[in-house]
Design a protein around this ligand. Structure first.
Ligand code: PLP
Length: 447
C-alpha cells in the first residue's frame, strides 16, 4: 500500500509534476489524483463529451491578453485568429481590448459574429481573393495588409471610400527554425522584399490611388521566436524603409506592425519569449532608429496568436491499446492524432503527455503515443513517460494544444473534428460541438 492510499488527503498537497510552463496556471491534482484545469477534472470532461476533445481555459486566455496589454500599453495588440478562431475566443480577446487579425472571409465572419468592431479587424493573407477583399471592404475592416501588386488593383476597383492600408515587407531576417515558419526572409511567398523594386513599386502604386490610405508597413518574422533581438533588428530595418518613403514621397507613415511569432514552451525547458524583454528591445530599437533617421515614432502593433491561446489549451484522448513491440517501442494508441494535431507531422513538434484520470505515482515506462490515423507518421509524442500499468480506457492529456490545433484540424480518414470545451471557475461548457459522421455525409452530395 502506498502512502497516498493510506493518507489520500496528502494528494492535494502533493508537489505537482505538471510543469506550469506548459499547463494553464489553474491546473492541479484533485483529491482523487485527477488532473483538473479551471477547477474541472479532465476525466469528467472526457466522460461527458467523449474524446478526443479540446479543452480551453478562458481565464488563461484572458490573462495572456492582459500580460500583453501590460507589456505593451501603447501598442495595438491584434490577436492572430489563425491560431484558434471561434466566436468565444474572439469575444474574449475583444473584451480584453485586443484587435483581431484575420486571413480569410471565414475568419472575418467569425470575428464579426463575435461582435468585434470592424475597425479593429486587420485583414492579412498572401492570397486574398476578390471576394474576400470585397467582404472585408463591405464589413469596413480597419486595415488591409497588401501582399501583392494584384491586390492593389483589385482593391482600387472595389473601393468607394478610403481604406487604410499597410504594405507587408519581408525584412530579410532569418530567425532559423523549420522552413515552413521562416517568413522574415526575402525569398518566400509573403510580402515584398524590403528595399526591392517590387516594394518601391507597391508603395508608389498605393500612394497614387486616392482611395488607398497608406498608413504603415507590416512584417512577420516567423514562428516560435524566443530571441527578442530579431524584433529589434526588424524595427531598425523597417524604420529605415519608412524614412526612405518620407524622403522619396514626402509621406510620413505612422504605423509599424511587427507581426507575431512569439515563442511558447511546448515542453518543460523549451525557450519562450519574455514579453518584458521583447517590449524593452522594441522600445530601445525604436528610440535609436527614430533618432537616427529623425523620424517620428510610429504606433507599434504586434500580432500574437500562439502566445495568447497555446497554453490555455489541453487535448484529451482515451487510450485504445498498449502494444509492446518485441525489441522495439511501446506504442500507446489513442483515439485522436494527426486529424486534431497536425503540428507533429507538419513541423516535427514535440509534446509532453500525462495520464489525467489518476495520479501517476506508480512506476513509469517510456512509450510512444500514437494516433489512430492511417499514417505511420501519426505520432503524438515519442518517448514520453507514462505509468507502466496504463490501460485502455484511461485518459491522456496533452498540454499546450490551444494554438494551431483546432485551426489546423482535418477530417482525414473521415473522422470528425473534436469539440472545444471551455473551463473556468469549476464549470465547463461546450463552445464548439463535435463534428459528426452526419455532418460529413451532409457535405457529400453523392452521385
Ligand atoms: C501575419 C501574421 N501575423 C501573426 C501571426 C501569428 O503568429 P504566432 O501565432 O506565432 O504568434 C502569423 C502566423 O502565421 C502571421 O502570419
Amino acid at each position: 500500500m502506498t502512502l497516498l492510499e493510506i493518507f489520500p488527503s496528502l494528494r492535494s498537497g502533493m508537489p505537482s509534476r505538471l510543469d506550469p510552463a506548459v499547463w494553464p496556471r489553474e491546473t492541479h491534482y484533485d483529491d482523487a489524483g485527477r488532473v483538473t484545469v479551471g477547477g474541472v477534472a479532465l476525466a469528467d470532461i472526457a466522460d461527458q463529451y467523449a474524446t478526443p476533445t479540446y479543452v480551453i481555459d478562458e481565464d488563461e486566455v484572458r490573462q495572456r491578453c492582459r500580460a500583453y496589454r501590460g507589456a505593451f500599453p501603447d501598442a495595438e495588440i491584434s490577436y492572430a485568429g489563425k491560431a484558434m478562431m471561434i466566436r468565444a475566443v474572439a469575444k474574449w480577446v475583444g473584451q480584453e481590448g485586443l484587435s483581431v487579425d484575420v486571413c480569410s472571409a471565414g475568419e472575418l465572419a467569425v470575428a464579426l459574429a463575435a461582435g468585434i468592431e470592424p475597425g479593429r479587424i486587420v485583414l492579412h493573407g498572401n492570397g486574398k481573393s476578390f471576394d474576400e477583399l470585397e467582404a472585408a471592404v463591405r464589413a469596413g475592416v480597419g486595415r488591409i495588409v497588401i501582399d501583392s501588386l494584384t491586390e492593389i488593383t483589385m482593391l482600387s476597383a472595389l473601393l468607394g471610400r478610403t481604406q487604410q492600408i499597410l504594405i507587408r515587407l519581408s525584412p530579410g531576417i532569418d530567425v532559423h527554425g523549420h522552413p515552413a515558419v521562416r517568413t522574415g526572409i526575402t525569398d518566400q511567398k509573403f510580402g515584398f522584399p524590403i528595399g526591392s523594386d517590387a516594394a518601391a513599386e507597391a508603395v508608389e502604386r498605393v500612394l497614387r490611388r486616392p482611395e488607398l490610405d497608406l498608413v504603415g508597413f507590416h512584417c512577420h518574422l516567423g514562428s516560435q521566436i524566443h530571441d527578442p533581438d530579431h524584433y529589434g533588428e526588424a524595427v531598425r530595418r523597417m524604420i529605415a524603409e519608412m524614412a526612405m518613403v518620407r524622403r522619396e514621397h514626402d509621406v510620413i507613415l505612422t504605423e509599424l506592425d511587427l507581426g507575431g511569432g512569439h515563442a511558447v514552451a511546448y515542453r518543460g525547458g523549451d525557450a519562450e519569449m519574455n514579453l518584458a524583454e521583447l517590449a524593452d528591445v522594441i522600445e530601445d530599437a525604436l528610440d535609436a532608429a527614430c533618432a537616427r533617421h529623425r523620424f517620428p515614432r510610429p504606433r507599434i502593433a504586434v500580432e500574437p496568436g500562439r502566445a495568447i491561446v497555446a497554453r490555455a489549451g489541453v487535448t484529451l484522448y482515451r487510450v485504445l491499446s498498449v502494444k509492446h513491440v518485441e525489441g522495439g517501442r511501446t506504442y500507446v494508441t489513442v483515439d485522436g492524432g494527426m486529424g486534431d494535431n497536425a503540428r507533429v507531422a507538419l513541423y516535427g513538434a514535440r509534446y509532453s503527455v500525462v495520464v489525467a484520470n489518476r495520479h501517476p505515482e506508480c512506476a513509469q515506462m517510456t512509450a510512444t503515443v500514437a494516433g489512430r490515423f492511417c499514417e505511420a507518421g501519426d505520432i503524438i509524442a515519442a518517448d514520453v513517460r507514462l505509468p507502466v500499468d496504463l490501460r485502455p480506457g484511461e485518459v491522456l492529456a496533452v498540454p499546450c494544444t490551444g494554438a494551431y490545433h483546432h485551426s489546423l484540424a482535418s477530417t482525414y480518414n473521415s473522422v470528425g473534428r473534436p469539440p472545444i470545451i471551455a473551463v473556468g471557475g469549476g464549470r465547463c461548457r461546450e463552445l464548439l460541438r463535435r463534428e459528426t459522421i452526419d455532418d460529413l455525409l451532409r457535405r457529400d452530395i453523392g452521385d
